[in-house]
Design a binder for this molecule. Structure first.
Ligand code: ZN
Length: 575
């Protein structure tokens, strides 16, 4: 902030919920003139502007969803120098008419949010971001600040280059989100797995469930509702009014589960999302980090849960093989997918692996991820790997996992008989283990690069040069025991770990939450616009008796105190 206040350019990398917006909001208010904020999503803009106005800040936005009268009013305020902050879309920011108007205003700074959208290496590339460098040419004296919550080194370099932030200082804060618990499981029966997780850890909580495709979103909404959960779909195939309505409900009500493709989430500022669940594997570690980062923005305990399986990997590989992108880009996507798979298969602390990906070291295990909580057993899987690889070889390197497992298990399958594969020496050689474990062997072989998927054909598995090392006994194969498959077989139920802060169960907290919902309904705004959960918990802990005492609590500013203080004091006195 000091750097921007004194007129310098900056690149800010901060995890979601780390106070990124404050880095430009405060300097914009302190410096003379209006701060121009470029933000990619209308929903995000409206949220932020709403929250700022509620705190008594003079903020406004210009976007295509407004009517003419509203836009004209905002422009008048801008020209009169009455705005501290003006939010606009990237398209608007470079419109000639708009730039002309800005030339007549005093700008305090230019902030470019979600700056990774400028990079074609990032996962949210938006071509209109490429034109934002023009702002530098029009306003060379105005400090510019680019912000993002996710950017690996090539993306960072890309942001500086493409936005022409040649002299910008970099401010990179840690990527760790210690309040998020990472739980990753091999997929067996994803419905049962998810519902068990939800019921034991997050019953009644708000969360986001991500699926790879639209049809999977619709199916998941179906079975979640059948199980009695309040689930709403969100994907690009829906009419935009319905999407908008679902998003509003997610923001305004408590305990709604949004089931979405990755189209949902950027700019979702709901602080009390208690869990983010991936029913399918995301295509990169960056995407995973960003999506899971939407959980627990209020700093209270939250969970990032994922179930992944070999079918997810195949699905992603197939998508890639159909892509029209140039070869080097496809190779990059492939490397990103491999890194994601490596993260899923690791026996190390998840947080250590995740942070290392972003160039950060975490000394010691975190104690708050599944591999820390339930250390993974590593066995010598060389013999199993040899059986699996030999099965691929002998069936001609053209079959998928399901078929190969059937051959190994010696199953009665007409396709196998027709191909004569029931006469192979590998037929039935794997009867000692079950089908689920064989799938896990194939998945881990793929993750380790010991088999590859034939994407030009029908997705059959093929051997690689490294496979022969294992087949010839020159290389061993450590096999990660899937803890879930094991516990299901033994019917051992793991003890549910307390994820919530104990105070959350408190009656007083619930009473405060009810008051908040009531006030929010009256004003038709999301409950957390009034006070977030952290502030409510602080009220429970310190039990303020006067407005002066309440003013000491985090998240209670002058405007909110005057507006809501008395209502909450009343609840505190009577509960
Ligand atoms: Zn850990």
């Amino acid at each position: 902030m000091n750097h921007v206040l004194s007129g310098g350019d900056a690149l800010v990398l901060m995890p979601t919920g780390g106070g990124k917006s404050l880095c430009y909001q405060l300097p914009a208010m302190a410096r003379p003139g209006t701060g121009l904020v470029v933000s990619p999503l209308i929903a995000l803009m409206q949220d932020q502007v709403g929250a700022l106005q509620r705190m008594g800040v003079s903020a406004a936005c210009l976007n295509s969803a407004q009517d003419g009268e509203e836009s004209r009013r905002t422009c008048r305020e801008l020209l009169r120098g009455e705005l501290d902050l003006l939010y606009v879309s990237p398209e608007r920011a470079v419109m000639p008419g708009f730039l002309e108007m800005l030339a007549n205003c005093r700008l305090s700074l230019i902030a470019i949010d979600e700056a990774h959208c400028v990079s074609q290496w990032g996962h949210d590339f938006r071509p209109e971001y490429l034109q934002l460098a023009e702002l530098r040419r029009h306003f060379p004296e105005v400090p510019r600040i680019a912000l993002t919550a996710t950017a690996d080194e090539p993306t960072r370099a890309d942001i500086l280059q493409r936005l022409e932030l040649f002299e910008a200082e970099r401010f990179i804060s840690g990527f760790d989100r210690p309040n998020i618990r990472y739980l990753i499981h091999p997929k067996t029966e994803v419905r049962r797995q998810f519902l068990e997780f939800y019921r034991s850890h997050h019953r009644g909580d708000a969360g986001i469930v991500y699926c790879q495709t639209r049809s999977r979103v619709d199916r998941a909404v179906g079975w979640l509702r059948e199980a009695g959960l309040e689930a709403l779909p969100y994907h690009a195939g829906m009419p935009s009014e319905e999407r908008q309505r679902n998003q509003e409900r997610f923001l305004h009500e408590e305990g709604v589960i949004m089931v979405a493709t990755v189209a949902f989430g950027m700019g979702i500022d709901k602080p009390n999302v208690r869990f983010v669940a991936h029913l399918d594997m995301p295509k990169s570690v960056e995407a995973y980090y960003q999506e899971t980062g939407r959980a627990g923005r209020d700093g209270l305990p939250a969970t990032a849960w994922m179930a992944y399986g070999i079918a997810d990997v195949m699905g992603l590989l197939q998508l890639m093989s159909r892509s029209q992108a140039p070869p080097e880009r496809r190779a990059l996507e492939r490397r990103k997918l491999d890194a994601m798979l490596g993260f899923c298969e690791t026996a190390q602390c998840r947080r250590q692996v995740l942070l290392r990906y972003f160039g950060e070291a975490l000394p010691g295990r975190c104690g708050n991820c599944d591999t820390c909580l339930h250390p993974v057993e590593i066995l010598d899987g060389t013999v199993a790997a040899q059986k699996a690889l030999s099965c691929i070889k002998r069936t001609g390197e053209r079959y998928g996992v399901g078929y190969l497992v059937d051959v190994l298990m010696g199953r009665d399958n007409p396709r196998i008989q027709k191909a004569g594969h029931d006469r192979l020496p590998t037929f039935g050689v794997g009867r000692e283990t079950d089908a689920r474990e064989w799938s896990s062997v194939f998945r881990q072989l793929a993750a380790a690069g010991l088999v590859e998927v034939d994407m030009e054909g029908y997705g059959g598995l093929r051997l690689t040069a490294a496979s022969w090392e294992v087949l010839k006994g020159r290389r061993s194969f450590p096999l990660r025991q899937d803890p879930l498959a094991r516990s299901t077989r033994e019917r051992v139920r793991k003890k549910a770990l307390p994820v919530r802060a104990p105070a959350v169960e408190n009656d007083l907290f619930e009473a405060l939450r009810r008051k908040r919902l009531e006030l929010a309904r009256g004003e038709r705004i999301p409950p957390y616009f009034i006070f977030n959960d952290k502030t409510l918990l602080a009220m429970v802990e310190s039990r303020p008796e006067t407005l002066e005492e309440m003013a000491e609590l985090p998240g209670v500013g002058e405007v909110k105190l005057a507006r809501y203080g008395e209502a909450f004091l009343e609840v505190l006195r009577s509960t």
